[in-house]
Design a protein. Structure first.
Length: 366
């Protein structure tokens, strides 16, 4: 069959999602033109064949119902959205070739409820408005976490009511092998006669207990080993001035360790195949909120309480039996940092001295 342009068929080019594209390529038995995205001579699949997958995505949403998930004084058009819009916002399923929500809705109707076969879709109302809310008082875990962050800044002894952090973060656990290299930087150098030498050994390792200032994941007097994955990131993290000398030391891990990796292990659940999708999406969002909390640029000169939620997280990650955390760098957006809870986990190798030739500043006018 060739040249087919039947709206009950769709093609891989209708979607950006890799799993969906692969599924269509694998199951397709026809080549033709796609009535939805306009692609020519592409593999086509009956849209109905994607129904189970899309019904799984729909488990994230509930239809807007007065009294159930919407109070009488709310406007349904503000509480709810059309499913295609929600899916696109949440998962970016449709490709740019379906560049307006009407085209997306038409394809979704073909998948979940074929217009010419009314009632064939179980429990899907094509003209209904849908919401993430299951009940009137439904608050997402992410919102609960944000609200807890505000609370713990006022009361550092507060405990989070919904705290399953230890279970959640173990999903991001990754092994760092013995011998893995990390970098530490320290402004300045040691002078020997007229010679400038980089700080080395214990001078560039974790500071002694008496000099441990409170920082992102440690309280005053609590020793941890902050490192970066890349030397460039380590230099950026000490916020050097232009022309300043910075010593960089390599740290080699002496034994394999399990850490929470909030940079590389935050994979979003597959919306088409993940069971209990709504719950999994919530956990993914809250893990992303943790990652964002840990890598947020903080101005400790203004408000040291900004670090309190990070320390709470670090304590919970430590209690989960993990030995450190990888988090995005505040000062080098492409870089990442690792903090190890035990300072003795790495040995300091050679260090070198660099001079910062340029500092790039970008800003927002407030
Ligand atoms: Zn298409």
């Amino acid at each position: 069959m060739s040249g087919l342009c039947d709206p009950s068929y769709c093609c891989p080019e209708c979607f950006t999602d890799d799993w969906l594209r692969d599924t269509i390529e694998t199951l397709s038995q026809h080549v033709g033109d796609c009535a939805h995205c306009g692609s020519k001579s592409v593999r086509l699949l009956p849209a109905l064949d994607l129904r189970d997958a899309f019904e799984n995505v729909m488990t994230c949403y509930s239809q807007v119902m007065f009294g159930e998930n919407m109070s009488p004084d709310e406007d349904p058009t503000e509480v709810g959205e059309y499913p295609a819009v929600l899916m696109q916002d949440d998962f970016g399923i449709f490709s740019d070739l379906l560049d307006d929500s009407d085209k997306q809705a038409e394809l979704l109707d073909e998948i979940l409820w074929r217009p010419q076969h009314k009632g064939s879709g179980p429990g899907f109302d094509p003209s209904g408005l849908y919401t993430h809310r299951e009940t009137l008082f439904d608050i997402s875990l992410g919102d609960e976490w944000d609200s807890f962050c505000r609370q713990i800044k006022k009361d550092p002894t507060a405990q989070w009511e919904y705290d399953n952090i230890d279970r959640w973060v173990t999903r991001t656990a990754c092994s760092v092998p013995a011998g893995a290299l990390f970098y530490r930087a320290r402004p300045g150098y040691t002078r020997k006669g007229r010679e400038r030498l980089p700080h080395s050994g214990t001078e560039i390792g974790a500071p002694p207990l008496s000099k441990c200032k409170p920082a992102r994941v440690n309280d005053e007097g609590q020793r941890v080993l902050y490192c970066a994955d890349q030397s460039h990131t380590a230099i950026c993290e000490v916020r050097p001035l232009r022309g300043e000398y910075v010593s960089i030391g390599q740290v080699r891990l002496t034994a394999p360790l399990q850490i929470a990796d909030l940079v590389n292990k935050l994979e979003a659940p597959n919306p088409f195949t993940t069971t209990v999708l709504r719950h999994e999406v919530e956990i993914h969002k809250v893990l992303r909120a943790f990652a964002s909390q840990l890598s947020r640029p903080l101005d400790w000169r203004d408000d040291e309480t900004d670090y309190i939620p990070c320390r709470y997280l670090a304590d919970r990650i430590r209690a989960a039996g993990l030995s450190g955390i990888r988090y995005g760098s505040t000062m080098d957006r492409k870089g990442s940092n690792v903090v190890f809870f035990e300072v003795g986990c790495g040995e300091i190798l050679n260090s070198s001295l660099v001079r910062v030739s340029e500092v790039d500043v970008k800003y927002t006018i407030l």
